[in-house]
Design a protein around this ligand. Structure first.
Ligand SMILES: [Cu+2]
Length: 182
């Protein structure tokens, strides 16, 4: 028969007979087990994954053969290091006739970057490469095409108002939307 006595110094049970052997109570065995460590690692990964998903540092915006963006508002979490916008053209018309791009700038600069973009022309995706007011932009896409751009969120200053516009010839007066920093 195994006789257990309590060692008050460490609070563990010990066998009083035979070779010195420490028998640990179940809770301690559980916390030392690989199952627990594996579970803890999985829990941390799950929580980290949930946090990244909650921040959602990417979005897709659609355009079509009519002159519109859907949605016309993009929320960018300031907690994101980078943000990716994918512009998807769900229409059928080729890009020479109904091309769209997505250009990010301060709201007050949207008219200016549209003017310089139109002058830059199709070979520059309707974006003047020398125009520093352009904070990010995609290339021009036609029907069934898409393009993405990733930019540093640190470029965006809290309190400033930003928007986006399609600078393809003639589209900028109607194809635009707003950025919401959160
Ligand atoms: Cu357009």
């Amino acid at each position: 028969m195994v006789i257990l006595r309590v060692n008050p110094m460490v609070g563990l049970f010990e066998r009083a007979d035979g070779p010195k052997q420490v028998i640990q109570p179940m809770p301690i065995l559980f916390f030392k087990s690989k199952i627990w460590r594996g579970g803890l690692a999985a829990l941390i990964l799950f929580l980290a994954g949930g946090l990244a998903a909650a921040q959602n540092c990417a979005t897709t915006i659609e355009s079509d053969d009519a002159l519109r963006f859907k949605p016309e508002k993009i929320e960018i979490p300031l907690a994101c290091k980078t943000f990716t916008v994918t512009l998807k053209h769900t229409g059928r018309l080729p890009k020479l006739a109904m091309g769209h791009n997505w250009v990010l700038a301060k709201l007050s600069d949207l008219d200016g970057v549209s003017r310089t973009g139109m002058l830059a022309g199709a070979e520059h995706n309707y974006v003047d490469p020398k125009d520093a007011r352009v904070l990010a932009h995609t290339s021009v896409v036609g029907g069934a095409e898409s393009a993405s751009v990733m930019f540093d969120v640190a470029k965006l200053v809290p309190g400033e108002r930003y928007g986006f516009v399609c600078t393809f010839a003639g589209h900028s007066p109607v194809m635009r939307g707003v950025i919401v920093l959160k």
